[in-house]
Design a protein around this ligand. Sequence first.
Ligand SMILES: [Zn+2]
Length: 319
Amino acid sequence: MAASILSAPWFHNEEAAYEFVQSRLWPDNKPVCPFCGGYERTGKLSGKSTRIGVHKCYDCRKPFTVKVGTIFESSHIPLRLWLQAIFLIASSKKGISSNQLHRTLGVTLKSAWFMSHRVREAMKSGGLAPFGTGGGVVEVDETFIGHDKTIKPKGVKKGRGYHHKNKVLALVDRNTKQARSMVVDDVKASTLAPIIRANVVPEAHLMTDDASCYTKVGREFARHGFTKHMQGEYVSREDRNVHTNTIEGYFSVFKRGMRGVYQHCAHHHLNRYLAEFDFRYNNRIKLGVDDKERAERLLQGVVGKRLTYKISLERGVLA
Ligand SMILES: [Zn+2]
């Protein structure tokens, strides 16, 4: 019988946890000073009163650990629990609520909430390479989700129209099978066009529905195919290749996930949830990424993602 992944020492032993993270984040496992970038003159501090994982830089004389400059910084949560959280979140198909994390890891609900938001931060893609290279197909679509409480009703009856909802724009590269999504203020052409331009190369074959916001920007691409959604057409009758079904699939997974796991989501957290769904989608098993590999990739994202906001435990923010 193969050994359980969860029996690995870095999930249970703090020193092993530090060694594991160091081996992943420091090139050739050689300590790099996060303050001055020095790596030649560093030493590991030892001694009974020294905390685990502390190194000293002899260039700038500062002590540091591998946690500095990562999502793990300035929290008192043991590194081995962070690794457990990362593995659990990376291997779950639809995400894990803070409540579940709280019960499974035995940390307080407040810590669990804090951890899950930071891990979500690590899921934010560093890859900003544009979609559609080599004339590939890029599907673009927008959707509406939940209720944006930051928007005051404009005399519109509650529950009608999209004015009060969160607006999300997503792009899918059909060749690389990667998705990228983000919260947008509105779905006007003037808002969406710059985003599409920044994320899609001109030689791409753009595919959208016939919403007017895509008409003008569509001309900037090698080809622009669109379906006549307003006439109930979801695959173009002229060209069966023209559709936005891939992205519809992405949205339906996202919406199901948001309903099932994350009951409430404040507007200012939505981008982080989108990052999580993008990460899952872009590192899915169908693309050959297994749970272990997904956790490894997630760990690579912990650097340079320190959150500066304070924890807010107001109702509705807990997710
Ligand atoms: Zn230094």
